[in-house]
Design a protein around this ligand. Structure first.
Ligand SMILES: Cc1cc2nc3c(=O)[nH]c(=O)nc-3n(C[C@H](O)[C@H](O)[C@H](O)COP(=O)(O)OP(=O)(O)OC[C@H]3O[C@@H](n4cnc5c(N)ncnc54)[C@H](O)[C@@H]3O)c2cc1C
Length: 213
């Protein structure tokens, strides 16, 4: 599979992927996106939640945020997401590395103005971050929808890069009596803690099981 553009071409091609299945699976698993944009002539990168509907990446924020204001003037963005899979401990610091799955998306963020489309986008956020919770919580008021700016970035200029496996050391370093290998890493949720303001007798919902290790 070839890259969609020159700027989206990963130089280390053995680590690259451009197929939608790979790109979507990384985006769907990663919770945090880093969104790069230009604000008042200078680059800014902000971490935020993201979601996806089909082949569009969704971002949301306050209409007064610097992201919303900047994208009005210049909708060009570069969004990255990363899943950190572990450390790669080589026989030298130079060859030590990280295992990861990451995606870089270039594109123009289009503001979603239609109320119904915006509601669907916000539902996608809720379903991604809090799977199974939406039927159990108060639906958004129309006013809340109006207070949320939602942007869609097409995923047609995106690349994935994946590193996995043991270190790649210099040939002569394999003769050294040094332990080398991988230290896997993953994010784990903690035990849910009820809000002290919960009404008496309200049980912990089943969808909390999603967060249990
Ligand atoms: C957790 C983590 C730690 C890393 N640590 C380092 C580090 O310390 N130093 C370092 O130099 N690099 C590190 N990288 C790799 C880094 O993201 C770049 O891939 C690398 O620096 C090569 O950059 P380049 O511009 O020469 O790549 P190029 O291959 O020339 O980039 C060209 C295009 O390929 C795509 N691309 C590049 N990198 C990625 C990526 N990671 N994911 C998806 N698409 C990509 C983009 O579209 C980019 O415009 C790390 C990556 C991750 C995820």
């Amino acid at each position: 599979m070839t890259a969609p553009s020159q700027r989206a071409t990963v130089r280390r091609s053995e680590r690259s992927a451009y197929d939608p299945e790979t790109i979507h699976s990384i985006l769907d698993e990663a919770l945090i996106a880093h969104v790069g944009f230009v604000s008042e002539g200078a680059p800014v990168v902000l971490p935020m939640l993201h979601a996806r509907i089909r082949d569009r990446l969704l971002l949301h924020g306050s209409p007064a945020s610097s992201l919303t204001r900047a994208l009005k003037r210049n909708p060009a963005v570069c969004v990255t997401v990363t899943i950190f899979d572990g450390l790669v401990l080589a026989r030298s610091a130079f060859n030590s590395s990280a295992n990861y799955r990451s995606v870089v998306v270039f594109g123009r963020a289009e503001r979603i103005t239609g109320l119904a489309e915006r509601a669907a986008a916000l539902d996608a956020f809720t379903d991604k971050v809090m799977p199974g919770r939406r039927p159990h919580i108060r639906p958004n008021h129309e006013d809340e929808l109006k207070q949320t700016a939602v942007f869609a970035v097409p995923l047609d200029e995106a690349s994935a890069k994946i590193r996995s496996g043991p270190p790649h050391d210099e040939d002569e370093d394999y003769e050294l009596p040094i332990w080398a290998g991988e230290v896997p890493a993953a994010m784990v949720w903690g035990e849910p803690e009820p809000d002290p303001e919960n009404l008496a007798g309200v049980p912990a919902p089943e969808h909390l099981d999603h967060y249990r290790p």
